[in-house]
Design a protein. Structure first.
Length: 133
């Protein structure tokens, strides 16, 4: 079964909503399951629950079939997303342009001229779609 993962903020911003809509479109197009992921940072945790995440997304987009809502706790958003995507064996990751920028800055600390899409493909072995918000 094909899996699309989309990391989002809580509560979802307008950028998150645009990214979510694209992820839903991609999941429908590929007849895929959808995992909606929020990373709740230890250092400024809001103690977001899966139910709260689901309700906030459904208020914006309505009920989503074949969607799974996941809240992971972590110190670094990007690292936690990578771990979740790898653990789930995702086929597609849909990220917002702001998230891509954060990953780019993180990777720049390691490499002089990072190709963020290439980096993520190498680490995750999946398609990465970046949504302009």
């Amino acid at each position: 079964m094909t899996l699309v993962v989309v990391p989002v903020r809580y509560p979802p911003s307008s950028h998150s909503e645009a990214t979510l809509r694209e992820a839903v479109r991609v999941a429908e197009e590929r007849d895929a399951d959808l995992t909606i992921l929020h990373v709740d940072l230890y250092q400024n945790s809001r103690h977001v629950t899966r139910t709260e995440l689901k309700q906030s997304i459904e208020r914006r987009l309505g009920r989503l079939d074949r969607a799974r809502y996941v809240v992971r706790r972590g110190f670094l958003v990007e690292e936690t997303i990578l771990e979740e995507v790898a653990a789930e064996g995702a086929d597609v990751v849909v990220i917002g342009s702001k998230q891509a920028g954060r990953w780019r800055r993180m990777v720049q600390k390691l490499l002089s001229d990072p190709d963020i899409d290439g980096y993520l493909r190498e680490k995750l072995d999946c398609t990465v779609i970046t949504v302009e918000g």
